[in-house]
Design a protein around this ligand. Structure first.
Ligand code: FAD
Length: 420
């Protein structure tokens, strides 16, 4: 970067944001021979991608296409358009092309063979550099100036960048310390772009208050072999975790969109916990009615049903005290224990962000209809999905589509110039 204040550089094809969506678009454009400049606010690229790798990166999912697409809920038709161009198999082929083999885990999720993101990102950045992509780190996009130039803040002062086509791939608003801080939201809103409010997704939720004794003993404890349900929907089995303020973990994340929806209507949401999903209500009741003898109820629950530890503590926490004298009632609470959730944990802690640039603002190539030459991709778009590889797949696919959209736009502009 030049070191004068407000210097002007010309970079015909610009990508702002070096997460999976921006990097995929950079690859498409560089492969087509474009000179690509990629700007990112952080000192290094793909920080959230690397974080995703820490718990064993789940890059896509192996389920059939129909089920896969339904994961994007209300926006499934929009995302389907991207997945038709770059689907789960494309993700696996692309990773393989970078020398990273993938495998399907027992849950159907697809992981890199070493479960890590770092080797994949390293190989990817190496390939992009070899293709000639110019990477500018510590370069924060601030918006546009009065002449329509991109304003980029660098350590050497503000730069104006003249671009024929620009992709904004700035991420959502979770984990802002990794770079995606959603500072783009008011900038785009001011430009007249319809952007829906950003909300935490795949996130934890708060209860009114666990008792001090419960929190002290069980914060951080996993609740295994159980099922949860929201708003009369079918129970889903899995595992979740007690936190000092409420609940989190994979099963809670999977239900987070439904919980959010309930909260938006009722201001709160009651989830039901089935402590023994492999037993019917009648079986639980029959077991409880067996003679207790001199055993305490705690020992009786353990002996007859294998119920102990955190599940019994949850019953004590959430069921009415008088149910413990009535085995019929207790069986019902064991099969459907209500846990009242008040609010989502803050967006900064969430795995992903719901909300963002609305589908109606973008054409099929993901160009903003009211800002020709400006494209958007990745988690900053208004779609949502559970964890399970669906997030990265949609980010990569939208980056792929936006990259091709930019190529089409540049070709159309060239043709128009020749005609003048
Ligand atoms: C803990 C955790 C675990 C996850 N695990 C998985 C998983 O296993 N599987 C899965 O599918 N998904 C997972 N995800 C989600 C996935 O990582 C994200 O959906 C994905 O990284 C989003 O990609 P993106 O390119 O849209 O944005 P990001 O990856 O957020 O990248 C955006 C980039 O834009 C840059 N930027 C932002 N604003 C500016 C600006 N003004 N100027 C310049 N640069 C800017 C940022 O620095 C950042 O580099 C996980 C997320 C988290 C937090």
């Amino acid at each position: 970067m030049a070191d004068s204040q407000h210097s002007l550089i010309s970079a015909p094809v610009c990508i702002i944001g070096g997460g999976p969506a921006g990097l995929m678009a950079a690859e498409v454009l560089a492969e087509a021979g474009q000179a690509v400049h990629l700007f990112d606010a952080m000192p290094s690229l793909g920080r959230k991608f690397l974080l995703a790798g820490i718990g064993g990166m789940n890059i896509t999912h192996s389920e059939d296409k129909h089920a896969f697409i339904q994961r994007y809920r209300a926006e499934h038709a929009w995302v389907e358009g991207w997945l038709n161009q770059f689907d789960a198999q494309s993700v696996r082929d692309w990773a393989q092309g970078l020398g990273i083999a993938t495998f399907v885990g027992s849950s159907g999720r697809v992981f890199p063979e070493d479960m890590k993101a770092a080797p994949l990102l390293r190989a990817w950045l190496q390939r992009l550099r070899t293709m000639g992509v110019k990477i500018h780190t510590r370069s924060r996009w601030l918006g546009w100036d009065a002449q329509g130039m991109l304003r980029i803040a660098t350590v050497d002062g503000e730069q104006q960048v003249q671009a024929s086509a620009v992709l904004l791939a700035l991420g959502g608003g979770s984990w802002p310390r990794l770079g995606s801080d959603a500072a783009w939201w008011p900038i785009l809103e001011q430009q007249g772009v319809a952007v829906s409010a950003l909300q935490a997704s795949n996130c934890g939720f708060e209860v009114a208050a666990w008792s001090a004794i419960f929190t002290e003993k069980y914060a951080g404890a996993p609740v295994k072999n159980c099922a949860l349900s929201v708003a009369g929907q079918a129970f889903r089995q899995g595992e979740w975790v007690i936190t000092s303020t409420g609940v989190e973990g994979s099963l809670v994340y999977a239900l987070s969109a439904d919980i959010r929806q309930q909260m938006s209507v009722h201001g709160r949401c009651t989830i039901l916990l089935d402590c023994l999903p492999h037993k019917t209500l009648a079986q639980v009741h029959a077991a409880l009615e067996k003679p207790q003898g001199k055993k305490t109820l705690k020992k009786h629950l353990q002996a007859q049903l294998g119920l102990e530890g955190v599940k019994v503590a949850l019953l004590r926490e959430c069921a009415p005290a008088n149910c413990f004298n009535d085995m019929q009632q207790l069986a019902q609470w064991i099969k459907a224990l209500p846990i009242e959730l008040l609010r989502a944990r803050p967006l900064a802690e969430a795995i992903s962000t719901a909300g963002g640039v609305c589908a109606s603002m973008l054409d099929q190539g993901l160009m903003l209809k009211i800002k020709p030459g400006v494209f958007c991709a990745g988690e900053m778009l208004d779609w949502d999905a559970p964890t399970g590889g669906y997030l990265l797949t949609a980010c990569l696919a939208s980056g792929f589509v936006a990259g091709h959209g930019m190529l089409d736009w540049l070709a159309a502009e060239r043709t128009a110039d020749q005609l003048v």
